[in-house]
Design a binder for this molecule. Sequence first.
Ligand code: GCO
Ligand code: MG
Length: 385
Amino acid sequence: MTLKIETRSGVCGIGDATLNGRELAVAAYLEQHVVPNLIGRDAGRIEDTWQFLYRGAYWRRGPVTMTAIAAVDVALWDILGKMAGLPLYRLLGGRSREGVLVYGHANGRDIEEASAEVGRYLSMGYRAVRAQCGVPGVKKPYGVSRLKDAYEPAESELPLETEWSTPAYLDIAPKLFERLRADHGRALELLHDAHHRLTPVEAARLARDLEPYRLFWLEDATPADNPDGFELIRRHSVTPLAVGEVFNSIWDCKRLIEGRLIDFIRSTIVHAGGITHVRRIADFAAMHQVRTGFHGATDLSPVTMGAALHFDTWVPNFGIQEYMRHSQQTDEVFPHDYLFRDGRLYCGESPGHGVTLDEKLAERFPYSPKQLPVARLEDGSMWDW
Ligand code: GCO
Ligand code: MG
């Protein structure tokens, strides 16, 4: 879902509005409730427009609202860059680093295959890799996909039913990382995503069991709806923790950050109110030694990737950026100037965020609704996917 804003003088900016599996809700929010408020406004009043859309709606926060606001915000920053003739990172305050460390996803049906995939990522030049593997006895566990470069978990019109077994997972996950360190050494950065499936005490146990393998981070170890759970994990382990891809506001992050209950904040531009809001989250995080680690699965569009890379190039407390490769079709619909070299991404120098939209080509790919899977325990109980 992409929003295009055009000024009276003919300058265009684009913003990503993709909320995977709930796309049309954001489209309706934009079309019916936001766009009519934008007509005739000064495109340069980015902060005021943000406050207008946030405070002015009376109903605050939530993924639909904050994704819609993000789309407007990013399109306005893009316009500002084009008007100033400057790349976005320069508007934010200029370069803090040359390139942005990224991680890709290696996954396999078993440990053997996952380790071979990590090797493949290393040979592509990655210095950091997220690793996931199949769980014995579990059909369609999280993170194991047929696609090896992109990652598109929303596969069917109605949610795919998948299975989950926490005991089997807690047994295999440390074995995976033991093997990866044995096969690939200590220099590589390794990451892992538990995708919200553990209780706090189970998460504490996993974080402790993974300590010998020095993870860069363990992500979404337990659902963050209740941030208190992270205190329990912290009491038992020094494995760094990352949280926040499903957050949409600084208020979701506040307790975790100020309590130093996490090490990396994952909330990214498209789902957390755009550059204007994520900048506040990053500054707040910096005060508590928490670094950024933006979500960057392929179900976030190249527009978000472009904007995120400018942000990552500027933000002082940068940690890492997730980077999965979009399909060739997606790359053609969204021409962009960022590039990957030796494990890092480099944003370009074109004005704005450097990503454009080929509207003619986009017409060739009509919307086909897909929802994310759901997960159930062996006895049929609904679980977190
Ligand atoms: C990640 C994420 C994604 C999400 C997906 C949801 O860490 O990359 O967990 O894979 O599951 O983006 O749409
Ligand atoms: Mg994740």
